[in-house]
Design a protein around this ligand. Structure first.
Ligand SMILES: [Zn+2]
Length: 193
């Protein structure tokens, strides 16, 4: 059994994946979304939502889809997905967002969690464009308006991604209640195998 590591609510963690290894992202309690950012270990390639849309042709990514780099190579392949809805449009929540939209200062945020995790791994934290917002549920209506809904992930639900290169991965359990059904922020967990 792979070891399960917990990401506390509103915090992050970093890990390295060798090519061919799998990462399972788990929502232990249900209804919690997270951020994933990936950089190739040689530092040459960073996750890109635009390239992912170029090659995948969809904003709704699930099993069979790949997450691509800014150098047009696949970084990760989604090999299993019990949730089926994730977002790759929104930037990581950060200080500016909490201050300008909610009047909150010194709020935990995914941008800080992700950059701290990358620094811990010895990877340049910037630029940090859009992360893959796993379990985050965003509907796009016919007018193009975005609607953030409660995550579809039930307690214990997971998805599995396979590394296509040696990667540094940063994860964050998002502290934005809007992205988590309006309730308190909950933990996430992961396993490497
Ligand atoms: Zn966030």
């Amino acid at each position: 059994m792979p070891q399960r590591k917990l990401i506390p609510p509103g915090h992050g963690d970093g890990l390295c994946l060798s090519r061919g290894q799998h990462l399972r992202l788990i929502d232990p309690e249900g209804g919690q979304s997270g951020d994933l950012f990936a950089v190739s270990l040689d530092g040459r390639q960073r996750l890109s939502n635009g390239r992912t849309f170029d090659f995948g042709g969809t904003v709704y990514l699930s099993a069979g889809n790949q997450l691509w780099s800014d150098q047009s190579e696949p970084l990760l392949t989604i090999v299993a997905d019990e949730v089926g809805r994730h977002d790759f449009l929104y930037a990581p929540c950060n200080d500016d967002m909490y201050r300008k939209q909610y009047g909150l200062t010194n709020h935990r945020n995914c941008f800080s969690s992700l950059t701290e995790a990358l620094r811990t791994l010895g990877v340049a934290p910037l630029p940090l464009p859009t992360a893959f917002n796993f379990f985050m549920n965003v509907d796009i209506d016919a007018n193009g308006k975005l609607h953030i809904r409660a995550p579809k992930s039930r307690a214990g639900a997971s998805m599995v991604l396979r590394a296509e290169l040696d990667l540094a991965i940063a994860l964050s359990a998002c502290p934005a209640s809007t992205c988590n059904g309006g309730g308190a922020t909950k933990p996430l967990a992961y396993e490497v195998f």
